[in-house]
Design a protein around this ligand. Structure first.
Ligand code: COA
Length: 261
């Protein structure tokens, strides 16, 4: 599939997706979702990609939400539901990738744009970024997961405050409430994101992927089942060559080398 609304690059062992509708502030339309779905499926199968960065093109936006031109046509209950289910399915697929996915929020992340960022495992934001769930201004509620992921990230009260007011917050407030992991000067956002990515990529890849998988499972497992799941995955990683290299390196007082294994 040829991508018109996305740019994908593989740089060594990580991938970078750039949402590419800058004239429309990277608004998420049907074409973009279908291209993203196709790309995620390819990344699922590509063992050489061990981490993914997601960002927006242009100077202004990560993504300014679902495409309101398309949304405007979803004016019946069945079509609205279908609109929500499709985007939600693609975002869940992104969240369920077994590699870390990092959003580099380079500007507006509103509505579906913030929901897409929340489907990533980690969020870094530019000082210029602005975030919010403005759907109530359009007479709707969020439809790509904010009612579920936002309270998990910032607590129910803050999530409701944002969703029922439609207020936009800046990056520093987003960090204060736990919505983004860190905030950087605009020009440094991508360098800092890559610096963190390279740190993660220097660790044992199967341990990193097991950590992503196990922590994400805490969203749907109760404590007892979660602990059982953690022990099972812990056992799995104990059986890997990376575990032997990591522990041997410690005992031999040298740095572990997980590359080329
Ligand atoms: N869907 C479709 N098009 C969008 C869009 C969206 N969510 N957000 C922005 N655009 C388009 C604008 O219509 C405009 O297109 P045009 O040049 O053909 O008229 C272009 O992107 C630039 O946006 P503009 O509004 O002129 O930029 P701005 O800097 O004045 O304002 C925002 C930026 C983000 C405040 C404003 O675009 C906005 O409020 N967007 C909608 C946000 C929203 O409600 N998202 C939730 C959707 S569920």
């Amino acid at each position: 599939m040829e991508y018109k609304t996305l740019i994908f690059e593989q740089i060594d062992n990580y991938g970078k997706i750039t949402l590419n509708r800058p004239d429309k502030l990277n608004a998420l339309n049907y074409q973009l979702f279908s291209e993203l779905d196709d790309l995620i499926q390819k990344i699922e199968l590509n063992q050489s990609i061990q981490l993914l960065i997601l960002t927006g093109s242009g100077e202004k936006a990560f993504a300014a939400g679902a495409d309101i031109v398309e949304l405007n046509n979803s004016d019946t209950a069945p079509s609205g539901r279908q609109f929500s289910e499709y985007g939600s399915k693609v975002m869940l697929r992104l969240e369920q990738l077994r590699i870390p996915v990092i959003a580099a929020i380079n500007g507006f992340a509103l509505g579906g744009g913030l929901e897409l960022a929340m489907s990533c495992h980690i969020r870094f934001a530019s000082e210029k970024a602005k975030m919010g769930q403005p759907e109530v201004n359009l007479g709707i509620i969020p439809g790509y997961g904010a009612t579920q992921r936002l309270p998990r990230l910032v607590g129910k009260a803050k999530a409701l405050e944002l969703i029922i007011s439609g207020n936009t917050i800046n990056a520093l407030i987003a960090k204060e409430i736990g919505l983004v992991n860190d905030v950087f000067p605009h020009e440094e956002l991508m360098d800092k994101t890559i610096e963190f990515s390279k740190l993660v990529l220097s660790k044992a890849p199967l341990a990193v992927s097991a950590a992503v998988n196990t922590v994400m499972a805490s969203d749907y497992l109760n404590l007892q089942d979660g602990l059982t799941f953690e022990s099972r995955i812990f056992g799995d990683v104990c059986g890997t060559k990376y575990f032997k290299e990591g522990t041997n390196a410690f005992l031999e007082k040298r740095a572990a080398n997980f590359t080329g294994q």
